[in-house]
Design a protein around this ligand. Structure first.
Ligand code: SAM
Length: 268
């Protein structure tokens, strides 16, 4: 996959893109990322990228010309062989809310172009006539699209084949199947007075899988019950949710083993 990012602040990407999984993905040539400074597509002496808003009001608006020129050049160079149009994605708090499903959808493309807005945002004609998609990373307003672009790139890239060490890792992740992930433990077996649930030490893989599935459902019910409406549950599992609600298991937090205990109850 190749990702082009249009930004006024390419230097912001250095840290996140030069560490951990993203760096490894680049080093292993599973992805390539190009940062394009929008200023490089201006033609006046001052490299003007923004201007006052028509109609008045505080704040500057990103001009259409440099962004159109940059995207059109990248599209022409892309040689997009997909039957679908090349995704040109504007990061904006007004876009569709980013989630694991959208990350999966974007991971199916071989090339993405991301546009980071700044100041008051971008000229409306960029939305209307240039971009194919608008994505928001949450219902809050950032100063620029750079952090949002980093979030999108990270979530998409870790889904690409071979990027994570183990192919199975993203499958169990929270949101991958519509559920939050089950609790994870590592050594030591007993830390202070807190033990790892016995089932995880049993070596019985079927039992462990059942426990994890049950914990994932329970945890989702407790923390994000609205996700269960769209989760892939068997009839039996769907039935068990009513029982969990009756037992009060939808309240509090899962802390230890099969039992549902609140955090304070579990303190030594
Ligand atoms: N005035 C704009 C509005 O109300 O829709 C907000 C502009 S914001 C200060 C500047 C830029 O940050 C936006 O153009 C966008 O690229 C980015 N941005 C801000 N919040 C975002 C979010 N939640 N998701 C994605 N991008 C965001």
């Amino acid at each position: 996959m190749h990702i082009d990012i249009l930004t006024l602040f390419p230097e912001m990407f250095g840290g996140p893109f030069n560490a951990s999984i993203l760096k490894r993905a680049v080093d292993q040539k599973r992805i390539s990322i190009s940062l394009h400074n929008i200023r490089d597509y201006t033609h006046d002496r001052h490299h003007t990228v923004d201007d006052y808003a028509y109609g008045g009001g505080a704040g500057m608006v990103l001009k259409p010309e440099p962004i159109f020129e940059a995207v059109e050049k990248l599209k022409a160079e892309s040689g997009n062989k997909e039957s679908r149009p090349l995704p040109v994605i504007l990061l904006t708090p007004q876009g569709r809310l980013f989630c694991q499903r959208i990350a999966r959808e974007l991971s199916q493309h071989s090339h993405l172009i991301l546009i980071c807005g700044h100041y008051e945002g971008v000229d409306e004609r960029i939305r209307q006539y240039l971009v194919t998609d608008e994505v928001s990373i949450g219902d809050y307003v950032l100063s620029g699209g750079e952090l949002a672009a980093m979030v999108v790139v990270d979530a998409v890239v870790r889904l690409l084949p071979g990027v994570l060490g183990s192919e199975a890792s993203p499958v169990d992740d929270s949101h991958a199947s519509g559920l939050l992930e089950y609790p994870q433990y590592t050594r030591p077996e007993v830390y202070r007075e807190w033990s790892v649930p016995e089932v995880l030490l049993s070596g019985n893989h079927a039992r462990i899988a059942r426990w994890r599935r049950q914990q994932a459902i329970q945890r989702t019910l407790q923390r994000r019950p609205e996700l269960l409406d769209k989760a892939n549950l068997s009839l039996k599992e769907a039935g068990s949710i009513d029982k969990l609600k009756e037992s009060g298991a939808n309240r509090g937090d899962v802390v230890n083993g099969y039992g549902i205990t609140s955090r304070s109850q579990n303190k030594p």
